[in-house]
Design a protein around this ligand. Structure first.
Ligand SMILES: [Zn+2]
Length: 196
C-alpha cells in the first residue's frame, strides 16, 4: 500500500503571514487533541516533519472495524507546508484537466495540456504568482488555477498535508478539520489529496 496524504490548502494567504497562520492552526488542532503539539521529524515523508495524531484522535474519527488505525502507522503526521505549495503528488491520481472556458476535458497523459501545466507548476514555484496555460481546444489562455482538476493542485502559500489520514468529509469524522483550518485562518480552503 502506497503512502498518500489528504491536504487542506489555504487560499489567498500572503507569504509573510503563512508561518503565523500555520502556528495558529497547529495550536488549534493540538488544543483539540487532534494532533500532538510537538513536531516529529519522522512522522512524514520528506519535509521537516509533522505532528502525529493527538490523544483524542480515536474519539474524533470513528473507524470502521475493517479499517486500520491510521494513528498507529509509521507515517501519520500533519505536515504544515509554509511557502509556495503545489499538490505535486496529485499527478499520480489525476483524472484529467478540464478547461473552465469550453469544458473540454483532456486526459492526464495528454501532453498538449499536461506539459504546459507541469511547466506552470515550475513557474509558480520559482515566483510567478499566476501562470497561465492555454487550452488547445478553445485557445483561451487562462490562469492555471482556473483549470478544473481532481485532485486540485493548490497553488497557495500555505497548506497542511495529513499523511495517511482518511479522506475528510465522511461520516466517520466527528470533527470538520477543513472547517477548523478555515475558521482559524479566516481564509477559504481547498481540500485535495495526493499519492506516492
Ligand atoms: Zn478551452
Amino acid at each position: 500500500m502506497s503512502d498518500w496524504y489528504v491536504a487542506v490548502a489555504v487560499r489567498d494567504v500572503s507569504s509573510n503571514r503563512a508561518e503565523l497562520l500555520a502556528q495558529s492552526v497547529v495550536e488549534a488542532l493540538a488544543g483539540d487533541g487532534i494532533i500532538q503539539s510537538v513536531l516529529d521529524p519522522e512522522a512524514v515523508l520528506g519535509g521537516v516533519g509533522g505532528y502525529r495524531p493527538g490523544p483524542r484522535i480515536a474519539e474524533v474519527y470513528e473507524r470502521l472495524v475493517t479499517e486500520v488505525e491510521f494513528w498507529r502507522l509509521v507515517t501519520n503526521g500533519m505536515e504544515p507546508c509554509i511557502g509556495r505549495w503545489v499538490n505535486s503528488l496529485g499527478f499520480t491520481c489525476l483524472d484529467g484537466f478540464t478547461c473552465s472556458e469550453c469544458n473540454q476535458k483532456f486526459a492526464p497523459g495528454d501532453d498538449s495540456v499536461a506539459g504546459p501545466f507541469a511547466g506552470a507548476i515550475g513557474e509558480f514555484m520559482i515566483g510567478v504568482d499566476d501562470p497561465t496555460v492555454c487550452c488547445p481546444s478553445c485557445g483561451a489562455a487562462h490562469s492555471v488555477r482556473n483549470w478544473l482538476t481532481v485532485p486540485h493542485f493548490g497553488f497557495v502559500n500555505l497548506a497542511f498535508q495529513f499523511w495517511n489520514w482518511p479522506p475528510f468529509g465522511t461520516s466517520s469524522w466527528k470533527v470538520n478539520i477543513p472547517a477548523i483550518v478555515q475558521e482559524v485562518t479566516d481564509h477559504q480552503v481547498i481540500v485535495t489529496h495526493g499519492r506516492l
